[in-house]
Ligand binder design. Structure first.
Ligand code: AP5
Length: 214
């Protein structure tokens, strides 16, 4: 099963991608998580990516595409994967199609988690991310059992640097300009499915399961 999660920053792509990956025992590949792990380790890629991420801008395509295409070659990707945050531009989508076509493969579903901009700012302000495992919570809607502590690994929960309101506004602008055109791109390939991301997260998950198991 090869699934792409689309949607604005904070729409809930990561939350749903993790649940899908667990249900179908396939990897969750998040380019945002890969960059954040590289930043934490202080790698050259992390240093380059941070400059763009902190400003709410996209990391240049040439730093992203090979990273993801190489990841597909890992043995755990044989049964498929859930892509979260990639592709994010039309050139990335075309590069993905070309890379998959080489092995006679293609993405099966592009699932757009639809949430209006007005809901996004408050979601992001309340999001807390684990500095250790990347798990995400929300102070009101999805709180951890113990405030400030990750339920899964006990790591510290923090507000992501790029979740500050001024950066979120920039990320939304970039989303509408560079990523939203992918909706039309995948509509043209007849694999686009949309779900209402404003519903409770379990209801959103059920809607996605109904799509992939139809
Ligand atoms: P990335 O980490 O991918 O960020 P994003 O796309 O902006 O998405 P987010 O992780 O912010 O949100 P999400 O949709 O996953 O929402 P979540 O599930 O956490 O990328 C970060 C940066 O890296 C980019 O800005 C860019 O610079 C760079 N980058 C990454 N990939 C790139 C690429 N391919 N090309 C170029 N640059 C790239 O949910 C949000 C909050 O809402 C959480 O608190 C959650 O608990 C809560 N929530 C989720 N679902 C619900 C629900 N149904 N109801 C109520 N609350 C909910």
């Amino acid at each position: 099963m090869k699934i792409i999660m689309l949607g604005a920053p904070g729409a809930g792509k990561g939350t749903q991608a993790k649940k899908l990956a667990a249900k179908y025992d396939i990897p969750h590949i998040s380019t945002g998580d890969i960059f954040r792990a590289n930043i934490k380790k202080g790698t050259e890629l992390g240093t380059k990516a941070k400059v763009y991420m902190d400003q709410g801008l996209l990391v240049p395509d040439e730093l992203v595409v090979d990273l993801v295409v190489d990841r597909f070659k890992e043995p755990d990707c044989q049964q498929g994967y859930v892509l979260d945050g990639f592709p994010r531009t039309i050139p990335q989508a075309k590069a993905l199609d070309e890379a998959l076509a080489k092995s006679g493969d293609a993405v099966e579903y592009a699932i757009d988690v639809d949430v209006p901009d007005a809901n996004i700012i408050s979601r992001m302000a309340g999001r807390r991310a684990c500095i250790n495992c990347g798990g995400t919570y929300h102070v009101e809607t999805i709180p951890p059992k113990q405030e400030g502590i990750c339920d899964v690994c006990g790591g510290e929960l923090v507000l992501r640097e790029d979740d500050k309101p001024e950066t979120v506004e920039k990320r939304l602008k970039v989303y509408h300009e560079q990523t939203q055109p992918l909706i039309e791109y995948y509509q043209g390939k007849n694999i686009l499915k949309s779900v209402d991301g404003t519903k409770d997260l379990e209801l959103v998950f059920k809607d996605i399961i109904d799509i992939v198991e139809a």
